[in-house]
Design a protein around this ligand. Structure first.
Ligand code: PLP
Ligand code: LYS
Length: 391
């Protein structure tokens, strides 16, 4: 198999197991998960997810097109985004997707105009900013007043007044998404409380919604991934079972991304050079921030392992080849590492490959899948440096 490093390696068995465990954790037939395509949009990943009965949460017209191409039914697709273009709204309305999550009162006018042109009634869910602290990294917090997302909860009444004026819009649901990589479940309980306040006040106006969309956000274990390859979905869904007040027949939508695909992907790279540094040696690898930007963007930690060597651990600063000082995968301990060793950067299945770029005019990393070749076979078939350089 001739795939040049760096490449993404996806363990499809782990993905299948994660999906099975997630579906088994759902006790309520009215709970439905839409996978957040933004986390990983590789065809084989999407086909696997679709096979397990999930819907698709999209944030652009191209994500809708991709979802349709994979075979997701329009009724299983939702669209969010604070800046949807007219073309994206046209696509969503002409395809008759399940709902458009509307993020501002200003957007309603535009959606109505497009729906009218299509002689359609657009199904709307208001994305509400609940001002709930997700207790995660500030750059991936989305549900605080200071964040750009959603309609402030204080403006909900005005938004309802506005939607009722438009004959081509139907208010079907509400939507929230408070942030990502959330490990403490309390914020989700707080979110339920806010959702209950909203449904109560809408009910007082005679409006009973078809669905409540609580977004995504469940985090994964980056520090010690092997100790928890599959997140605790049981506890996660239990929060919503316990705290969300539902009307008969009301459905609850979830938009999970990271918790489904995060642990099944690794970035596989090769050590190019080991050079002496001031406090520890630099292990310079052929993967960089163009392949996985999370460490540079959020100081995110991803566990790095040398899968070519065993032995006593030494400190290394693992860095990429890009001309940016933020192009680092952090300081860690590895067995004595040398040129040609394979290093894997773990937990890279979500917001990894999708966020890659070709800065420095670098090639983008390809993907290989566990059912094409196991990682062990791939590595052992390329043992010498000359073979490595020949791929
Ligand atoms: C609206 C919306 N839904 C769902 C998600 C998926 O979040 P996560 O990957 O944390 O589950 C995101 C990303 O944070 C989002 O912005
Ligand atoms: N890109 C972020 C998550 C953002 C999710 C999109 N709202 C990350 O890697 O953690």
């Amino acid at each position: 198999m001739s795939v040049r490093t760096p490449f993404y390696y996806y363990d499809l068995t782990l993905l299948e197991n994660t999906l099975e465990e997630m579906q088994a954790a759902i006790n309520n037939p009215n709970f439905k998960v839409h996978y957040a395509i933004k986390a990983n949009a590789e065809d084989r990943i999407l086909h696997t997810i679709k096979k397990h009965g999930l819907g698709a949460d999209c944030v652009s017209g191209n994500e809708i097109k991709k979802a349709l191409e994979i075979g997701f039914e329009p009724q299983d697709i939702v669209l969010a985004g604070i800046g949807k273009s007219d073309e994206e709204l046209e696509l969503a309305i002409s395809q008759g997707i399940h709902s458009i999550n509307c993020e501002s009162i200003e957007e309603l006018e535009v959606i109505n105009e497009i729906a009218e042109r299509h002689e359609a009634i657009a199904s709307i869910a208001f994305r509400i900013n609940p001002n709930v602290d997700a207790q995660t990294h500030h750059k991936i917090t989305t549900g605080l007043n200071e964040n750009k997302f959603g309609i402030p909860i204080t403006e909900l009444d005005a938004a309802v007044d506005e939607i009722l004026k438009h004959k081509n819009l139907a208010l079907k649901g509400i939507h929230f998404h408070i942030g990502s990589q959330i490990l403490n479940l309390n914020p989700f309980a707080n979110l339920c409380q806010q959702a209950n306040n909203v449904t109560t006040s809408l009910k007082a106006r005679g409006i009973v919604l078809e669905h409540i969309n609580v977004g995504g956000g469940l985090g994964i274990n980056y520090t010690n991934p092997d100790s928890q390859l599959i997140p605790n979905f049981v506890e996660y869904f239990r929060v919503f079972e316990k705290f969300l007040n539902l009307e008969e027949g009301q459905t609850v939508h979830f938009e999970l991304g990271r918790s489904i695909v995060g642990q099944c992907g690794s970035l596989v790279s090769k050590v190019l050079y080991v050079k002496k540094g001031a406090s520890s040696n630099f292990a310079i690898i052929d993967a960089g921030m163009t392949d996985l930007i999370r460490p540079a963007l959020y100081n995110a930690f991803h566990k790095v392992e040398n899968i070519s060597k065993d032995g006593e651990l030494e400190p290394y600063h693992v860095v990429g080849p890009i001309c940016e000082s933020s192009d680092t995968f952090g300081k860690t301990e590895l067995p004595k590492t040398s040129r040609g060793d394979f290093l894997i950067i773990k937990s890279a299945g979500a917001y990894g490959q999708v966020l890659s770029s070709n800065y420095n005019l670098r090639d983008r990393a390809a993907a290989i899948y566990s059912d094409d070749i196991s990682l062990e076979n791939y590595i052992s078939s390329r043992e010498t440096v000359s073979e490595l350089l020949a791929v």
